[in-house]
Design a protein around this ligand. Structure first.
Ligand code: SAM
Length: 260
């Protein structure tokens, strides 16, 4: 593997299965947006991306940055590829990318949720096509009533639509991870959530098996909640995963207006 030893601390599992790489590229929305890739690694996905789009890639591992700079000398010279060497969580500043972009990446799993939430909150990001742990992908793609429906599913539905593209077994990677992975796509359509909405959701799902009323009463007055639940025709016994995204938005608006 190009004289590089995978570093566990950076979540390095390199995707080697060409069929999966092609499926990612095929699922890319057809538009003129540039691409932000996080964790290009050995450049196997990057190679496909720079063929069709201009790419900004963030890589934390300096050994890999050097390798990528050699491998993509031509694309870097023509500005088809920009490599930002450093931790994406500090290096990725909104002003770095001054146009609409799609996030396409086989993400480092230990920070995947964090990165996806950041991209969802960024109006310049239009679509998110990423590989993550299967369990995490299922949470982002879940619908009301599903067992894993939760805060991440509602945040996603507030921004657009999500769908699972392909499930990926450990054998597609080198070295092989212990868990299954999946690629999923979020096509953003609106920006209906903000940090306060996200905080309310966290409270709503603090104890998923308890009633929504019980969870929310940690923060809101009981009489306000009773009034809001009545207005929305929500039973007081309803559990957090049984309430749809639109009702969460109504609930958020009404509790804020009544709470003063
Ligand atoms: N894209 C490559 C592929 O598909 O084979 C590599 C994917 S590997 C799962 C994750 C990559 O993210 C690694 O190259 C790793 O070094 C990089 N990475 C990990 N933490 C990072 C961070 N905080 N900022 C930027 N890159 C990071």
């Amino acid at each position: 593997m190009e004289n590089i030893t995978a570093k566990k601390k950076f979540g390095q599992n390199f995707l080697k299965d060409e069929t999966v790489l092609r499926k990612i590229v095929e699922a890319m929305p057809n538009n003129d947006n540039k691409i932000v890739e996080i964790g290009p690694g050995l450049g196997d996905l990057t190679k496909f991306l720079v063929d069709v789009k201009s790419v900004d890639a963030f890589e934390v591992d300096t050994d890999l940055c050097k390798l990528l700079q050699k491998k993509f000398e031509k694309e870097i010279a023509t500005k088809q590829l920009r490599i930002h060497c450093g931790d994406v969580l500090t290096a990725w500043k909104s002003e770095l990318i001054d146009e609409s972009y799609d996030l396409v990446a086989n993400l480092p799993y230990y920070i995947a949720t964090n990165i996806i939430l950041k991209a969802l909150a960024d109006p310049k990001c239009k679509n998110i096509l990423v590989m993550v742990q299967l369990e995490v992908a299922e949470k982002f793609c879940a619908h009301e009533g599903d067992k894993v429906f939760g805060a991440l599913s509602i945040i996603t539905q507030s921004a657009g639509e999500a769908r699972l593209v392909v499930k990926v077994p450990p054998t597609a990677f080198e070295p092989q991870p212990k868990i299954d992975s999946a690629v999923f796509l979020i096509q953003k359509q609106s920006d209906r959530f903000d940090k306060d909405f996200e905080s309310m959701l966290r409270v709503a799902f603090t104890q998923p098996r308890k009633t929504l009323m019980k969870n929310l009463s940690a923060v809101y007055e009981k009489n306000i909640l009773q009034e809001v639940f009545e207005k929305l025709s929500l039973a007081q016994t309803i559990r957090p995963h049984q309430v749809c995204t639109d009702d969460y938005h109504q609930l958020y608006k009404l509790t804020r207006s009544l709470d003063g």
